[in-house]
Design a protein around this ligand. Sequence first.
Ligand SMILES: [Mg+2]
Length: 208
Amino acid sequence: MELFKRILFSGRMLHRYRHALAEIYKTSPRHCQLRQISPATLKQKGVAVLVLDFDGVLAAHGEAYPAEELHHWLLECVNTFGSKQVFVLSNKPLPSRLDYMDRHLKGVRCITDVKKKPYPDGLQKIIALSGQPKEALMLVDDRLLTGCLAACITNVPVTYITRPYIRLSKRPVQELFFMTLRFLERRLVQLYILMKKEKGKRKKEQRL
Ligand SMILES: [Mg+2]
């Protein structure tokens, strides 16, 4: 029932925020990986609070810990923003993940007990905890219809990861399922972009 409600909510919000989502999709580089993002550059651009998704962004789906190669990158984030201003917002806050953050990245908070993205609850909680305006946040997420949509609803800036971590050999069914979801949501947003173009064209023709 909860899943059904979330799907309905996503559909309604997709329609309401279709132009904002299309903009995110259009302006995102095609091969964007987390490690290519420089924490220092984000800070220079005015980001004060970094919010990281887990599955696909910090590691492949279902992994207990962030990818090993990201360890230094995460430490750099903590040094740049301060551990209190780095958050993990995942729809799957597994105990192993919370435990990892507690042991290796003290002070970094994993948000739990909130409604899953695209509900805006997680981001709203982070805004309250950080004490910063929403414009000073940056969510990094690999899903258009969960994280990016939640960011649109909350009006929080977002970086869309277009080359997520995937380990097909370890969890083929799960990864194929999420690859299909990513593909479908991109197609849906592309369709909105196309419809908008067509509408613009028709209006232009009518004026001539
Ligand atoms: Mg994800």
